[in-house]
Design a protein around this ligand. Structure first.
Ligand SMILES: Cc1cc2nc3c(=O)[nH]c(=O)nc-3n(C[C@H](O)[C@H](O)[C@H](O)COP(=O)(O)O)c2cc1C
Length: 243
């Protein structure tokens, strides 16, 4: 099984998202998957021009030449494509949305009705990768993922596929406290769960309810996260100000 992660943090290899992705992939590899983690921010991906040239002029292929020449086949060759990113203003970051817009060539122009009586574009290929989401949000609360969750469910429908896993970590800045004596064991436990999720996705193509429930548990109480978070912001503002 091939699992490709399309990592959409604008911080790339410095991001909190990467910590989640690495643990998930360790579990997937333990269960025998071949994995790849692609940092979208390091790629040259132009904006979709919105002219449907990938449907009209060069069917199945964009007319722009950039890194999507490799990324689109990498997406289609995956058994599971993982969209990994932080929440930016309740949604996916621009680099992730830009990548998703450029997946348009995998569809056909023609409209069709789906099994729920809604409409979408027909598929160009028989087999599409299943999709999964890994995301983290700086604020406490699972409600921070409401928009992303709806978006990826709709995207799975649009791409004629299935959303097999949603892993959402509230209080995502907690990863920056990885050497904190109190947080370290709590993060260790969470990382173990992520590895378990990686194994489950390979073995069962879905996550167990137990793992989802555990993954969604708050790691520290919101009141503490807010208190220490605000103290950290004060310290960082002081340290970084350019007068
Ligand atoms: C422009 C911007 C918008 C953000 N919007 C939200 C938001 O709406 N809700 C939230 O909980 N966190 C928000 N955050 C915080 C990030 O989700 C958080 O810092 C996350 O841990 C960053 O992940 P990364 O290190 O992988 O980039 C935002 C951050 C940025 C830079």
């Amino acid at each position: 099984m091939k699992i490709t992660v399309f990592s959409g943090s604008h911080k790339g290899r410095e991001g909190n998202t990467l910590i989640m992705v690495e643990e998930f992939l360790k579990g997937a590899e333990e269960a025998g998957a071949e994995t790849e983690n692609i940092f979208l921010i390091e790629k040259n991906i132009g904006y979709c021009k919105g002219k449907f040239e990938c449907w009209l002029k060069t069917p199945g292929m964009c007319t722009m030449r950039d890194d999507m020449d490799d990324l689109l086949p990498a997406f289609m060759a995956s058994d599971i494509a993982v969209f990994a990113c932080p929440v930016y203003f309740d949604n996916v970051p621009a680099v992730m949305k830009n990548f998703i817009d450029r997946l348009a060539p995998v569809l056909l122009p023609h409209f069709e009705e789906d099994e729920r009586g809604e409409y979408r574009h027909a598929k160009r290929y028989e087999k599409f990768p299943k999709i999964a989401v890994i995301s983290n949000a700086g604020l406490p609360g699972q409600t921070n993922f409401e928009v992303e969750s709806l978006f990826f469910r709709r995207l799975a429908r649009t791409f004629h596929t299935e959303l097999v896993a949603e892993i959402y970590r509230e209080e995502g800045e907690i990863f920056r406290g990885k050497s904190n004596i109190i947080l370290k064991p709590l993060l260790g436990k969470y990382k173990k769960l992520l590895r378990c999720a990686g194994r489950e996705i390979v073995e069962n193509q879905k996550l167990s309810e137990k793992v989802v429930r555990e993954l969604e548990k708050q790691i520290v109480p919101a009141s503490l996260y807010i208190k220490f978070g605000n103290e950290e912001w004060d310290r960082l503002c002081e340290q970084n100000r350019v007068d």
